[in-house]
Design a protein around this ligand. Sequence first.
Ligand code: FAD
Length: 828
Amino acid sequence: TPRVVIIGAGIVGANLADELATRGWTSVTVLDQGPLNLAGGSTSHAPGLVFQTNPSKTMTQFAAYTVDKLLSLSDEGVSCFNQVGGLEIATTPERLEDLKRKLGYATSWGIEGRIIDPDECSKHYPLLNPDMVLGGLYVPSDGLASAARAVQLLIRKATAAGVTFIGSTPVTGIEQAGGKVTGVQTPDGVVPADIVVSCAGFWGPKIGAMAGMAVPLLPLAHQYVKTTTVPELVGANPLDPSNGARMPILRYQDKDLYFREHGDRIGIGSYAHRPMPVDLDRLPEVAPGQMTEHRMPSRLEFTEEDFLPCWEDSRQLLPALRGAEIADGFNGIFSFTPDGGPLIGQAPELEGFYVAEAVWVTHSAGVARALAELLIEGQSRIPLHECEVSRFEAVQTADTYVSETSQQNFVEIYDVLHPLQPRESPRDLRVSPFNCRQKELGAFFLEAGGWERPHWFEANRPLLDELPAEWKAPERGPWAAMFSSPISAAEAWKTRTAVALYDMTALKRLEVSGPGALALLQRLSAGQVDKKPGAVTYCLLLNDDGGIRSDITIARLTETTFQVGANGNIDFDYFTREARKQTADDVSQWVQVRDITGSTCCIGLWGPLAREVIAKVSTDDFTNDGLRYFRTKQVRIGGIPVTAMRLSYVGELGWELYTTAEHGLKLWDLLFEAGQEQGIIAAGRGAFNSLRLEKGYRLWGTDVTPEHEPYQAGLGFSIAKNKDSFVGAEALAERRAQPASMQLRCLTVDDGTSVVLGKEPVYFRGEAAGYVTSAAYGYTVKRPIAYAWLPASSSEGDAVEIEYFGTRIAATVSAEPLVDPGMERLRG
Ligand code: FAD
């Protein structure tokens, strides 16, 4: 098996060593700069609260596995997990509503929980001030990890399996040759390796720099205190004073606080203070042999003044604390990232160098298992796309961006946040050439991947007066109404009945070229792209296990040049890596992959009158004979060279029109001007999302992820029948032999008015059996739509219920697509 070096023996590194050893990889060396009995990283002082529920299914699954694993790790009959349960309390009506939404996540992802009333909260947690609590979310399987002890047991277990652990040995450099990692440097010499995994926690950026890799995390200090003995707790937890607790772990998010018992004392963690970024070059120096629980590099001096308001808030919530004092406090360091997710995966430019950082104790074993699977089997069973280190765009790995966004995440960590809530800063990092016109039209922008994307245009508000009664949408509930506008109804109406311009610039575009381009795309995609230039093909990229790694469109522009519409930087990273390998294997089959997203732009010109508009500004043939559906050709629009593709994500006649960035504004103006007679408008993503769901077009990463195979996702049509081999072909055939248990279904909401947002649990035959992926109001079909994963035994016409903020909404499994199943509009 390959030689692996793991940097860091915290909870992540130790778990990874164990997960690798369990799978038979034992040529593993774990190095830590600190002594192995107490390495001095975040794990060495982590209080270990494990709240499993998370908006992300992946993160929740990581946590659930961590709980199982810590329960199974035991010594002298005591496991590393004290399953006291988790209680999140609400002291405001908004929080109580939010806890209902959170219970929805738990239910969707298979974690048992329930909303409990104030009396039951007090039963579970008798120290609570009964006058303050409005209710709580109780999750019985949450609890307390003994993280430092777990590390010791994992070291013992992995050592017995053959893993080598070496303490007090800092890694000082990463050895590489020919773009591949070959080992790590230490003061005692080089340790050779085929694979190096940095599990260095908040030191990650330092190790990353040694490997030439930007690791977008920010070390921040976070306050934790222990009280003196609380009289009410004396004798309550006699057995295990270190992890001794009986009451649930407690979150008081309205004041950014959390609590646990430590025997007869209470531990309090606070996110209420100012963000305190930490300079990695100014960590406390701890001489060898001097490491103690109170002296370690990840532990800074307590700044009591930052904690005092929290102490008052804590005593209000838990009046028993008035009988105690703060005994001991510190500012502990751990990692924050721009989007709050962990960083997992391989360096873009250095083969064999991996990271697993910005990981909480809560997710540690789950992340370690996923990475072990990734290394050994090529992919993890739990989808990693939300955690891939390559998910960030270049501008998002800048120190200034990482610092600002990570600090903001610290501040907002317990806030009630709407899923669409945009950050206020940094903004305007990436704008399309049409941005100035969009601003003139009163665009409401939300941000994604650094791009400003219009969701609707205030300039279209007057259309609401003309909007035919049957296109008027019912008013939404207050939560679903946030970051949405009734104007989207008018924009959808115009798209279905006249013509609209959509800015599609932000979608990732790659140019794949060279003599080996066709071979690369044929191998990586499950579609047939060996077609004449001018063909456009919708394709899936599969993993080795047949799961859907991405969905893309491949346009063959010339024999050796392809334009690929992809799903973000993860796809770019994958294509680049595979192109490099192919070129190295056979230089005559060289292939180049360029990210052309920023240097080009795209307008979707869509609607039944699109052809009338384009005829005014182009002499090229846009008839059905001139440019058929899913074909591309080079055209001129008002003299501007344009790559036109006959595609439409909203399901209407029209084209995606691509040109280079400098021509973008002119192209927009020409089309907008030409379309006046047809009533052309600019339309935003609010309308777009509704129209694409009506047409049944899946959004990868939301509706479909690597855990799904094509047929259960309703995408089997895209699998090439006339192609021998491609990545994932064999596994897909095997998976097909066994019917899938779940199927992506289209639901429509029976009352015609209740709009949901996604991730809500779906009840089928009385059981929580699935969850919503995307949802929108369908303006054309005049009903809310929700796509959902449901048992394959569900079928059209079945009644289901969607749970939204604790209320059940009746919905029906419907035939899809809801609009234009015969494709007359698209092919018109
Ligand atoms: P670490 O434990 O920091 O391990 C990284 C290791 O890498 C260290 O041992 C370090 O010595 C080693 N290393 C670094 N550089 C080098 C080098 N050059 N050479 C060799 N070795 C190197 N999480 C929860 O889930 N629940 C909680 O309740 C919770 N509470 C927290 C409270 C506080 C006050 C703090 C600070 C954090 C808390 N966390 C909590 C977060 C959690 O502690 C961390 O996310 C987690 O411990 C990180 O584990 P790790 O293995 O990635 O990093």
